[in-house]
Design a protein around this ligand. Structure first.
Ligand SMILES: Cc1cc2nc3c(=O)[nH]c(=O)nc-3n(C[C@H](O)[C@H](O)[C@H](O)COP(=O)(O)OP(=O)(O)OC[C@H]3O[C@@H](n4cnc5c(N)ncnc54)[C@H](O)[C@@H]3O)c2cc1C
Length: 368
């Protein structure tokens, strides 16, 4: 029922704008409005803060169905979870009430600020600093590649509070867009997910109350990594949705397109490609849903499962979307058909929330 409801909404209110959002590299405002109107913009927020209280699998299905028609739009529910999960996992009750309530209402989105210009895969090498000053912390530094930066009202920022302790000297904070000293770079000019703004976030002597720290001092990096264990599954969901969208489009196209006097779907070479695409998507879906269940239960092997689902589903998305372009021939290579956009959008799922090389490092360290 959930899938049917989201699919109808996505096809009616999000899909019609997907090509324009990509072409003009503009924020998918129509999608945000449709998602907020239907309480689907941040479904993971618990009911006690006014949220829909969706479990990890339901959240995955929402993201998957939105990504099936528009990957950029699927970053609204996905990054709202990524940005706010540190507060849900480790924040004080006051912080949860203060920030989860407006998020649930659709009054403000959340972004997640871990990466920096010189700290990507090695995120613990970050340089952004937070220095205690009485009842406040003062933050200085540059966060890079921040999804929905400038649009979001709230930012979870990881910063060094004790430079002698590397990852154990990192703390997490909630920073607000309206805090003095917060500003943003120009949107990055990207290959795909062009509707999702990615900007640098500049923190210039940003003075925030000490109670905006998420959890204890020195626990920020652990919270950030624990968050990714859960949210890599949402990237797997995004990848899965993109792949399914490409397969669905290609499946229809090959029945219409005629060469050598018959639909190209009649050629076994085409049928085998479609069979392989469907098979890979089924395997990615099984792994992703299994990981979502592990996330909901808090299974001991969640770190492995989240990395495996993200890595596998994103590799599948890249293969399937590339094959979808192939199935449309020359037409697939143009922006007149959606599979070209889907192929460009798929690529990012192999890179963010840890590249697939990093996922393999994570899996190798946590073999089941
Ligand atoms: C569109 C977009 C949106 C993003 N959104 C966010 C966001 O909202 N918040 C946020 O904090 N970050 C975000 N990121 C950052 C993203 O998570 C990083 O780009 C990613 O983790 C890789 O870091 P890097 O770009 O510095 O690459 P690097 O770490 O420089 O890696 C370069 C290459 O080296 C490989 N490599 C690095 N170390 C190893 C190793 N030990 N073994 C094998 N290979 C290795 C990598 O896999 C990669 O292929 C986003 C990035 C993009 C492009």
């Amino acid at each position: 029922m959930l899938r049917d409801a989201i699919r109808s909404l996505a096809e009616a209110k999000i899909a019609p704008y997907a090509a324009a959002v990509d072409e003009d590299a503009r924020f998918p405002q129509e999608a945000l409005e449709a998602l907020v109107a239907n309480d689907l913009h941040a479904v993971h927020v618990p009911e006690e803060y006014g949220g829909a209280g969706a479990d990890a699998l339901a959240t995955v299905i929402v993201i998957e169905e939105v990504a099936r028609v528009c990957a950029s739009s699927s970053l609204i529910p996905a990054v709202n979870k990524l940005g706010s999960l540190p507060v849900i996992l480790s924040g004080s009750e006051e912080l949860k009430k203060k920030y989860m309530t407006p998020l649930a209402k659709g009054d403000g989105m959340f972004s997640y600020c871990l990466s920096e210009p010189d700290a990507g895969s090695d995120a613990a090498g970050m340089k952004t600093k937070a220095v205690r000053d009485g009842d406040h912390y003062v933050l200085n530094g540059v966060k890079r590649w921040i999804t929905n930066a400038g649009v979001s009202d709230y930012y979870t920022v990881m910063a060094v509070t004790d430079p002698t302790k590397r990852s154990k000297g990192i703390s997490a904070f909630v920073v607000e867009r309206s805090d003095e000293g917060v500003s943003f770079g120009a949107p990055e000019k990207k290959l795909g997910i062009k509707g999702s703004p990615t900007r640098e976030v500049y923190l210039d002597n940003v003075r925030i109350p000490a109670d905006r720290m998420i959890g204890e001092e020195g626990t920020g990096f652990a919270t950030a990594m624990q968050t990714l264990d859960h949210t890599r599954i949402t990237i797997a969901a995004q990848a899965l949705g993109i792949a399914q969208g490409a397969l669905d489009y290609a499946k229809g196209y090959v029945q219409e397109r005629k060469q050598f006097g018959k639909p190209i779907a009649d050629f076994q070479g085409i049928q085998f490609m479609l069979a392989d695409m469907a098979m890979k998507i089924s395997a990615a879906r099984a792994l992703t849903y299994q990981a979502a269940a592990a996330s909901e239960r808090g299974d001991a092997d969640l770190t492995y499962q989240g990395a495996a689902a993200k890595c596998f589903a994103s590799d599948v998305a890249m293969e399937v979307t590339t094959d979808a372009v192939q199935l449309l021939g020359g037409y697939g290579y143009t922006r007149d058909y959606p599979v070209e956009r889907m192929m460009r959008d798929a690529k990012i799922t192999q890179i963010y929330e840890g590249t697939n090389q990093v996922q393999r490092i994570v899996m190798a360290r946590n073999l089941p």
